[in-house]
Design a binder for this molecule. Structure first.
Ligand SMILES: *Cc1c(COP(=O)(O)O)cnc(C)c1O
Length: 236
């Protein structure tokens, strides 16, 4: 399949998963995860109308977003940082990230807030929650979320829009569905303290499980390999 067919196939699946659960397809934003793929591929998706892209490595995020910015007449891409951010790199994402998906520690929140104050700016963030409970994953544990949200409220330059998670790497929907449902329940329990328009943002679901995630309430799905093809090296 070419790029256009891959994109329409994902869009069809989004539509039917939304319909299955009585949701409007417009309530789901597709973030195309472009890690390891060149800007050229991103721009051709951009010309097909796909405008949200996600990168998980800061270096690659900076390089591609800056290259994009330097182009004339390029599609109006919005860049999402979906991976872990080290505190010494906070200044690199401010002004570049449309949405940061991986706020995962008080120290990071504090560093981001301090830098944002200095440059008189704000940043839309999602709190990464580790609902699968795997030690290898970043994210706040569900039992600590409530307290974490309270701590983030002291950081005025952070716009807390919702939650993000990575489910277990499983193709079994019976295993991932409860994890997505859990994230949605958590977002409802803290929603009184978040800043959102209609619903809190729920960033969940990847190539292998985005339809289940939509059925469970995802408002952002992050799809890489089903759009770009297999990655020749893993950038996780
Ligand atoms: C790579 C990645 C994705 C996309 O994974 P695919 O399986 O290629 O769709 C989604 N979210 C994060 C945080 C990633 O690092």
């Amino acid at each position: 399949m070419n790029q256009k067919d891959r994109l329409s196939s994902i869009q069809d699946k989004i539509r039917s998963a939304a319909a299955t659960s009585g949701r409007n397809e417009d309530a789901v934003t597709l973030v195309a995860v472009s890690k390891t793929f060149p800007l050229e591929d991103i721009l051709s998706f951009g010309n097909l109308g796909q405008l949200d892209f996600g990168e998980n490595k800061v270096q690659e995020f900076i390089q591609k977003s800056d290259e994009h910015r330097s182009l004339k007449n390029a599609p109006a891409i919005q860049w999402h940082l979906i991976g872990h951010l080290q505190r010494n790199k906070v200044k690199d994402i401010v002004g570049r990230a449309h949405l940061f998906h991986a706020l995962d520690s008080v120290r990071l929140g504090k560093s981001l807030n301090r830098h944002l104050e200095e440059v008189n700016s704000s940043l839309s963030c999602l709190i990464q929650v580790n609902v699968s409970g795997e030690d290898s994953k970043f994210g706040i544990s569900p039992s600590e979320l409530d307290q974490f949200v309270d701590q983030m409220l002291g950081f005025d330059q952070l716009r807390l829009k919702g939650l993000m998670t990575l489910a277990s790497p499983s193709h079994n929907s019976n295993e991932v569905r409860p994890q997505f449902a859990h994230l949605r329940a958590l977002s409802e329990s803290v929603s009184d303290r978040l800043t959102f328009d209609d619903f809190p943002v729920l960033s969940m679901g990847m190539s292998s499980d985005f339809e289940v995630a939509i059925e469970e309430g995802a408002t952002i799905i992050r799809v890489g390999s089903s759009l770009f093809g297999g990655r020749t090296y893993e950038s996780a």
